[in-house]
Design a protein around this ligand. Sequence first.
Ligand SMILES: N[C@@H](CCC(=O)N[C@@H](CS)C(=O)NCC(=O)O)C(=O)O
Length: 220
Amino acid sequence: MITLHHLENSRSHRILWLLEELGVSHELKPYRRDQKTSLAPPELLRVHPLGKSPVITDGDLTIAESGAIVEYLVDRYGNGALIPPPGSPERLRYTYWLHFAEGTAMPYLVMKLVFNRIEKGPMPFFARPIARKIVGRVKGGFIDPNLERIVAYIETELGRSDWFAGDVFTAADIQMSMPVTAATARVGARPAMTRFLERIHARPSYRRAIEKGGELAILS
Ligand SMILES: N[C@@H](CCC(=O)N[C@@H](CS)C(=O)NCC(=O)O)C(=O)O
């Protein structure tokens, strides 16, 4: 039996959604974020040394990192579903987006959130002008230009086909759902990204994952 260690309002939603898409039976173990810090509770450290979510256990196996979990579940339980055939151009696009989500897009999106929080957070009044300057430089010179490029690229790619790997929905779309949702909240809505979000929100398995695991309220 698979157990999904599910942190509320987190990347773990993708794994719950994937399990629903594949129709794989599983147990959901919910964890709440710390009210003040939004961090995961220490109990998750007992499951995996990094204490992050998602993480799954399947028999003796413990698997962390959403991309690795997606690959494991699709290989082990997919029977060829949600992945393009090996050797096809779609398969290469699939692999690319599966890695792009956490390898390229999410680091900038998390940096944006952290620097937004520094800007808005409490600090001594005399430190605020200096903090504002530093935050402005990092955002303006590094984070924002990279995010603009990433969003423009995603828009172009979603203009080529409905789904990231081509005309057929795959697990790469599940993996990319988080960066597209976070980019919409932190960079701004774009037409192709909005249509992509409408398509995924309409999937019954996506709705079931929300019903079981809770709403996704992405911070901006
Ligand atoms: N790249 C990892 C990121 C895991 C991660 O940072 N998860 C967040 C939730 S979205 C988390 O556990 N945050 C709580 C914390 O850092 O304490 C993945 O995709 O699994």
